[in-house]
Design a protein around this ligand. Structure first.
Ligand code: TTP
Ligand code: MG
Length: 390
């Protein structure tokens, strides 16, 4: 039986800002750009009480919470804090798989003989993050990645949720379907319309009914709803590739519908290349069809790059080489490989450019939404990936 801990930092960017400027403590804080077209990157829990959320337009956020302090993101500070968090996690198990700057899975099955039960390890990790980094983290402890991830989110901020072995299905059953990994707001509405309100309602649902609402993802979701998730925690060392992929809630049929997703994926890969001071030589596009068959196309860049535009253009060109006429697409992924370290002076430059890059991406997405309507950028399940050496 596996013992998995999922750790997710609380209001991560905002908490780093408060730590570094104690005059912000206890007050509503919004991290995001200041221009009218910017969106909220994250907000402190004090600001969330006013309805401020990640990805909300800054105009709306300031309208809801006019007294909030707004600060621009400082990616290098968050990347540094992230490295320290991951170092604490790795001191309890080498099987540490970061999902983003602020969250990671840790398989502690083999660590229990040394450090005690998984629950005690989770407590120790939270205590060390608090003492050494002056930040708070929420954690979930369970027998699988999926259940641990849901658990870590249940008692945020500064919470610890433990799901004892054998109680996975009972733990999940009463939770609202919105908590399900991969069910976005749109699918949640459709599922409720079909009479599914809790994760428990999904267990034993007729497969055809679920397929109608969720497409090919319907069958997987039932297994997850039962608490069955065999995925291993995959440890991470030096990056060999950095990728971002999404499983769509509904199968997608045209290039024009896929392009905004490729743009968002390219943007996320660019952000992470930038944060790690890396350039890539190769861009790959993965397309998985509704029948789960997938194709991958690869291109070599003329000049190594780490910016959204270069990655997006390469991905879009690759999409032109993929057959979209036969069947729907359930997933796309953009991956950067052939990674190399950027020169030191370039890295500093990149890090200050990270904020601009996010803003450019958000502006582009905003324009796509304006042009094609919100449905052009549909809700999707996002899975960031980093493939590692060794
Ligand atoms: P999250 O873990 O989703 O959010 P959070 O840590 O701010 O808050 P909490 O976990 O307590 O709910 O994301 C981690 C960081 O990633 C977040 O601090 C800022 C960044 N982020 C974005 O840049 N854009 C986004 O849309 C989201 C959701 C997060
Ligand atoms: Mg977080």
């Amino acid at each position: 039986m596996k013992r998995v801990i999922h750790v997710d930092m609380d209001a991560f960017y905002a908490s780093v800002e408060v730590r570094d400027d104690p005059s912000l403590a206890g007050k509503p804080l919004i991290v995001g750009g200041r221009s009218p077209r910017s969106v909220v990157t994250t907000a402190s829990y004090e600001a969330r009480r006013f309805g401020v959320k990640s990805a909300m337009s800054m105009i709306e956020a300031v309208r809801r919470c006019p007294q909030a302090t707004v600060v621009e993101p400082r990616m290098s500070a968050y990347a540094a804090a992230s490295e320290e968090v991951m170092a604490i996690l790795r001191s309890y198990s080498p099987l540490c798989e970061p999902l983003s700057l602020d969250e990671a899975f840790l398989d502690v099955t083999a660590s229990e003989t040394l450090f005690g039960p998984a629950v005690e390890i989770a407590k120790a990790i939270r205590a060390r993050i608090r003492a050494d980094l002056r930040l708070t983290a929420s954690a979930g402890v369970a027998t699988s990645k999926f259940v641990a991830k849901i658990a870590s989110d249940l008692d945020k901020p500064d919470g610890l949720t433990v799901v004892p072995p054998g109680e996975e299905q009972a733990f999940l059953a009463p939770l609202a379907i919105d908590r399900m990994w991969g069910v976005g707001p749109k699918s949640a509405v459709s599922l409720r319309a079909e009479g599914f309100h809790t994760i428990g309602d999904l267990v034993g649902a007729p497969p055809a009914k679920l397929r109608k609402v969720l497409g090919s993802w319907g069958e997987e979701i039932v297994r997850l709803a039962r608490g069955e998730d065999p995925r291993e925690v995959t440890p991470a060392r030096a990056a060999k590739s950095i990728g971002s992929e999404e499983t769509f809630e509904r199968d997608v049929h045209s290039a024009s519908e896929l392009e905004p997703h490729l743009l968002a994926q390219a943007g996320r890969v660019a952000m992470r290349l930038t944060a790690e001071g890396l350039l890539c030589r190769t861009v790959s596009l993965k397309v998985k069809y509704a029948d789960h068959k997938s194709v991958t196309r690869q291109a070599t860049l003329k000049v190594p790059a780490c910016d959204t535009q270069s990655l997006y253009e390469a991905a879009r060109e690759l999409l032109g080489k993929v057959d979209l006429s036969q069947k729907g697409v359930r997933l796309t992924g953009v991956q950067a490989s052939g990674l190399e370290e950027a020169a030191r002076e370039q890295r500093t430059l990149f890090q200050s450019a990270a904020t601009d890059r996010r803003r450019t991406l958000e502006r582009a997405l905003h324009d796509v939404r304006e042009k094609f309507g919100t449905s052009a950028v549909v809700q999707a399940r996002t899975m960031e990936t980093t493939r590692r050496r060794g």
